[in-house]
Design a binder for this molecule. Structure first.
Ligand code: RI2
Length: 307
């Protein structure tokens, strides 16, 4: 349990971050825990697995990849402890393997939609979006990237480092320069923390500004999202909770303490309605946002949700 608690803490503090990475880390923690799990009977086994699942899911509320990964990784039907253990280990390993494969597929499928000479804007730090950009570049397409800083945690700095390692010409811009630069851009490519059944995107705060500016300038807006980032619960209208993070991420607490009339709002994500999204690149192919429900039904299964 100690290692699970450590992983949970790393996810909470964002030492492990990114919707895909936290999903894989959770699956890895479940696998390790189950390998060493001692239980007298299946009831005790199930209780212990449920405790671990609850702890991991509680760490961050928005990225649906996390509960989906936990539910997929803990799947088992057997009534015998040893068989159930083997099933969970197998489920978690399969999730991790499939997550890596999904990224590779998204890279290949999305790269087909990137044209030689494209200038592409991206936001925050998304492995799925980066897979598309680096695959297109490796295929010989001459691309340039505009990467937003992504305040307050500045994940854009991770993105520019990654792109630089590939030798991709990249400009770093501040978040408030998104609309100013949109005229130079051919398309926007971003990742996803969650996709709702109606095709709306939940992603890093500021994503909806990129979408609005792209819409206004008639530029293509592409989302890269593994099928496990689609939210079954939204089918019945359950909202996706937007994580509100600490004020200290935005302003020095000592300065804030001296400003008694000031408070800080720090939502980590925002919603982009489906009408601003041209396509969602998933590991199962490219879909228009209106097909999000089909992805949930065909690739995830209803039983993943608490419906
Ligand atoms: P991949 C991140 O959230 C960003 O919002 C990013 O767009 C999204 O996860 C998807 O990232 P955070 O953990 O799974 O930085 O594509 O809050 O890597």
């Amino acid at each position: 349990m100690k290692k699970v608690q450590e992983t949970a803490e790393k996810i909470r503090t964002m030492e492990i971050r990114g919707a895909g990475r936290i999903a894989k880390a959770a699956a890895g923690a479940i696998k390790d825990y189950t390998e060493g799990l001692k239980a007298e009977n299946i009831e005790e086994f199930n209780e212990k697995i449920e405790d671990v699942a609850r702890l991991l899911i509680s760490t961050r509320p928005t990225a649906v990849s996390l509960p989906n990964a936990v539910k997929l990784s803990t799947r088992h039907v057997s009534e015998s402890v040893e068989e159930a253990r083997a099933e969970v280990i197998e489920s978690a390993s399969r999730f991790i393997e499939n997550a890596d494969l999904a990224l590779e597929r998204i890279g290949k499928i999305g790269a087909r939609r990137i044209m030689d000479g494209d200038v592409i804007m991206t936001h925050c730090n998304s492995n799925a979006a980066l897979a598309i950009l680096t695959t297109a570049f490796k295929e010989g397409k001459d691309i340039k990237v505009l990467a937003t800083e992504s305040r307050p945690r500045r994940q854009g700095l991770l993105t520019i480092k990654h792109l630089n390692d590939f030798g991709i010409p990249t400009s770093l811009i501040v978040d408030s320069a998104v609309r100013y630069h949109m005229k130079e851009v051919d398309r926007v490519v971003v990742g996803a923390d969650a996709i709702a059944a109606n095709g709306a995107l939940v992603n890093k705060i500021g994503t909806s500004q990129l979408a609005l500016a792209a819409h206004e300038a008639r530029k293509s807006f592409m989302v890269a999202a593994e099928t496990y980032k689609f939210s079954p619960n939204t089918i019945v209208g359950n909202p996706i909770e937007i994580e509100e993070r600490a004020a200290a991420e935005v302003i020095d607490p000592e300065i804030l303490a001296g400003l008694p009339h000031v408070s800080v709002k720090n939502p980590a994500f925002d919603f982009t309605p489906s009408e601003y999204i041209d396509m969602i690149v998933t590991d199962a192919g490219i879909i228009p946002p209106a097909m999000a429900y089909t992805v949930i039904k065909e690739y995830l299964g209803w039983e993943l949700g608490e419906i």
